[in-house]
Structures are given as structure tokens and as C-alpha cells.
Design a protein around this ligand. Structure first.
Ligand code: NDP
Ligand code: GDR
Length: 372
């Protein structure tokens, strides 16, 4: 039985990857951080009581900032595959916490690679690094592929650039099987609530059900190549099953703007929106109700989206569009879920939550709505 270790197992990708590897028959180990509240919601459905014999799913307390802890976990497990998905993954937050972001995202990757080497596992353990389209930042070529030069635009992207090159370096210097997946944005109903797609599907659902009145966004002109996390974790595994290690761009090859994603989400929630105004004065108004059952709490003329400059970034990545030809040609990978299907799934999920919260509220219960 193959053993895999996943850092960031409690995150969006970690949870889908853990499910995927369990289905493939792996013994799956994950590193979780100590928190004052339970933080395993995304993997609770696959959690196995450690008292059960032959459990194939184990969580270990740890942190990418702690070398001794990483070395001990690696030494205990002796994994065949390590997936380094753990990171301070929010671009805007990286401007607020640049040093911590560098420690976790850049040096954390080095700590893992060096622990593997120190333990003499460099010929046994295959390593996957969660690299990112943010490396392209101020884009030098459209669409972006493996050979496109990097120009990172945030402390997050600069930290991930170090992680990218140290992964290449350990491959070249020590013959390690180490790969970078340069993944473009990927989303799902498990996406963190402060990334823009989930912020939108959640707020639009709450507005449709009367739990919120207005969604505040930053740069709505921003263009992204959005895929589904389920399609992308399959590719993370495929990258570690090749004869030789290599780096791959993973993307859909299509892009839409944040504004278009808002429109798509609103339609899924039974609302047609009209945008007017420019820059910080741009707003979206309800132009018609498409489904009165879903959108029971709004009416034509309501202003439901506004701009808040607080969400603008000190340096923005305006456009990202990936070229996944190499992954298609060499690995036979193609994404199966479109952005429209993904958006429909996310809104359906968030509308269900909004409906149950709305029911609780109508029975006099307090329903807090967490916002950034
Ligand atoms: P999430 O933010 O959902 O998950 C990040 C994970 O990292 C969480 O499990 C988090 O733990 C963990 N983590 C954070 N800090 C530390 C630390 N100091 N030590 C150990 N673990 C830590 O990210 P995604 O699942 O979306 O992304 C996975 C990886 O892929 C990340 O590295 C991200 O940067 C990268 N990436 C993501 C893309 C995307 O579009 N989703 C695209 C390209 C790259 P906790 O739950 O406790 O917070
Ligand atoms: P990104 O994702 O920065 O691409 O990083 P995010 O969803 O945060 O932003 C996408 C674009 O939307 C614009 N935007 C807003 N973003 C947020 N979060 N909140 C807002 O209110 C808002 N309004 C507009 C942003 O300015 C940006 O242009 C994600 C992360 O998962 C990274 O870890 C990963 O490496 C990259 O994707 C690929």
C-alpha cells in the first residue's frame, strides 16, 4: 500500500486530494495545525477514528514553520509521495503578513525538501509542489505556459517563486523526483470564503434569501482562468506517476472577469443583474427576478453589489489565462467541469445553507453572517 503525506490537508485541495488518494487505495497522512476550534470540517467525512485498526487516514499536528516537527513526521511515515499544499494562500493577506507568508510558503517548502534529503528519502519519496499562476503576475505572454517568464506581483507570489525554484533545484542537485504543478485558479463549494468566487456565491445566496443586503467587491475587471478543484487534484497525482519528474501548467484555457462571475452566480440564484457606473462608483442593480423561489427576498431596482476600494490590492494581477497543452499532450489530462457548471454547484451549495439559515432566523434564532 502506497503512503502519501499531504500538507494543507484541511484546505480545499487537500480535502479533495485525500478523498482521491483513499479511493486509489493509499494510506493517507495529513498535517493539521493546532487551532483553538476544530478545523477539520473539510475532511470530517473521511476521518477515521485512530482507535480503529488498519485506519488508512491519519492526521498529525504540525506546521510548515517547524523543521523538527516536519522531520519527525516524515521519519515516522516514510511516505512514497509528499504533496506540499500547505500555505498562507491568500494574495491580499500576503501584503498584510509578508514575512509570515515567506516563512510558510517559501522556507516551509525548503524545510520539507531538506527533511526528505536529511532522512535519506530523496530516492524514495516523490514530491509535489503547489505552484501557482500568480508567478506570471504582470504577464509577459498570452496565454501563459511552462516557458513564460515569471513576474510575481505580491509577497505571496514572490514566496511561491522561491518554492518553485527550490523544487527545481532539489530535482537537479539531488536527483529527487520533485515537480511543480503551476495551477491556475480553481474553486469549488469547499473554497475558502474570502476568495472572490466563494465570497460572491455565498453573498449572492444570502442576499437572495434576505440574510445580507449588499456585496462589496474590489477590482471587478480582473480576468481569471477558473477551473474546478476536483479536476486539478487528479492532475496533482498524475504528475507524480510519470517516469521522470517535470513541471506542468494546469488550466482550462478560458477566462472570464470577476464581474461576469457575479452575473453568472446571480442568474443561478434567480436574479438578473445590470451593472452601471464606473470605477469605485460601479454598482449592480436587480433588473428582474428569474426565480422567485430562490430569490424570494429581493426586488427589481435593489442595489446588491458595490465597490469597496479596501479590496483593491497594492499591485494587481489583471489577467491570467493558461495554456494546458503540455498536460494534455504528455499526461492526457483535460478538465471535465466548466466554469458555468462549477458556479452552478457553488451557488446550489450556498443557497442550501442560506435557506436553512433563513429558516432558523424566521423561528427567532440568531444567525451570524461572517464577513471579511
Ligand atoms: P487553502 O487556503 O484552502 O488551504 C491551505 C492549507 O494550508 C490549509 O490546510 C491550511 O491550514 C494550511 N496551512 C496554512 N498555513 C500553514 C502552516 N503554517 N503550516 C501548515 N499548514 C498550513 O488553499 P487551497 O487548498 O486552495 O490551495 C492549496 C495550495 O495550492 C496552496 O499552497 C495554494 O497556495 C496553492 N494554489 C492554489 C490555487 C487555487 O486556486 N486554489 C491555485 C494555485 C496554487 P488551516 O486549515 O489550518 O488554515
Ligand atoms: P487570487 O484569488 O488572488 O487570484 O489567488 P482571489 O479569489 O482572492 O482574487 C481573484 C481576483 O478577484 C479580485 N477581487 C477580489 N478578490 C477577493 N479575494 N475579494 C474581493 O472582494 C475581490 N474583489 C475583486 C482580486 O483582486 C483578484 O484579481 C488565488 C489563490 O487561491 C492563490 O493561492 C492561488 O495561487 C491563485 O488563486 C492562483
Amino acid at each position: 500500500m502506497k503512503k502519501a503525506l499531504i500538507t494543507g490537508i484541511t484546505g480545499q485541495d487537500g480535502s479533495y486530494l485525500a478523498e482521491f488518494l483513499l479511493e486509489k487505495g493509499y494510506e493517507v497522512h495529513g498535517i493539521k495545525r493546532r487551532a483553538s476550534l476544530f478545523n477539520t470540517q473539510r475532511v470530517d467525512h473521511i476521518y477515521e477514528d485512530p482507535h480503529v485498526e488498519n485506519s488508512r487516514f491519519r492526521l498529525h499536528y504540525g506546521d510548515l514553520t517547524d523543521s523538527s516537527n516536519l522531520t519527525r513526521i516524515l521519519s515516522e511515515i516514510q511516505p512514497d509521495e509528499v504533496y506540499n499544499l500547505g500555505a498562507q494562500s491568500h494574495v491580499a493577506v500576503s501584503f498584510e503578513a509578508p514575512e509570515y507568508t515567506a516563512d510558510v510558503d517559501a522556507i516551509g517548502t525548503l524545510r520539507l525538501l531538506e527533511s526528505i534529503r536529511f532522512l535519506g528519502l530523496e530516492k524514495k519519496t516523490r514530491f509535489y509542489q503547489a505552484s501557482t499562476s500568480e508567478l506570471y503576475g504582470l504577464v509577459q505572454e498570452i496565454p501563459q505556459k511552462e516557458t513564460t517568464p515569471f513576474h510575481p506581483r505580491s509577497p505571496y507570489a514572490v514566496a511561491k517563486m522561491y518554492a518553485y525554484w527550490i523544487t527545481v533545484n532539489y530535482r537537479e542537485a539531488y536527483g529527487m523526483y520533485a515537480c511543480n504543478g503551476i495551477l491556475f485558479n480553481h474553486e469549488s463549494p469547499r473554497r475558502g470564503e474570502t476568495f472572490v468566487t466563494r465570497k460572491i456565491t455565498r453573498a449572492i445566496s444570502n442576499i437572495a434569501q434576505g440574510l445580507e443586503s449588499c456585496l462589496f467587491l474590489g477590482n471587478m475587471d480582473s480576468l481569471r482562468d477558473w477551473g474546478h478543484a476536483k479536476d486539478y487534484v487528479r492532475m496533482q497525482w498524475m504528475m507524480l506517476q510519470q517516469e521522470t519528474a517535470d513541471d506542468f501548467v494546469i488550466a482550462t484555457g478560458k477566462q472570464i472577469s470577476v464581474r461576469e462571475f457575479v452575473k453568472l452566480s446571480a442568474r443561478e440564484a434567480g436574479i438578473e443583474l445590470e451593472f452601471s457606473g464606473e470605477g469605485v462608483d460601479e454598482i449592480a442593480t436587480v433588473s428582474s427576478i428569474l426565480d422567485p423561489e430562490k430569490a424570494c427576498a429581493v426586488k427589481a431596482g435593489d442595489v446588491v453589489v458595490k465597490v469597496d476600494p479596501r479590496y483593491f490590492r497594492p499591485a494587481e494581477v489583471e489577467t491570467l489565462l493558461g495554456d494546458p497543452s503540455k498536460a494534455k499532450a504528455k499526461l492526457g489530462w483535460t478538465p471535465e467541469i466548466t466554469v458555468e457548471e462549477m458556479c452552478a454547484e457553488m451557488v446550489a451549495h450556498d443557497l442550501n445553507i442560506a435557506r436553512s439559515h433563513s429558516l432558523l432566523k424566521s423561528h427567532g434564532h440568531h444567525v451570524p453572517v461572517s464577513k471579511e
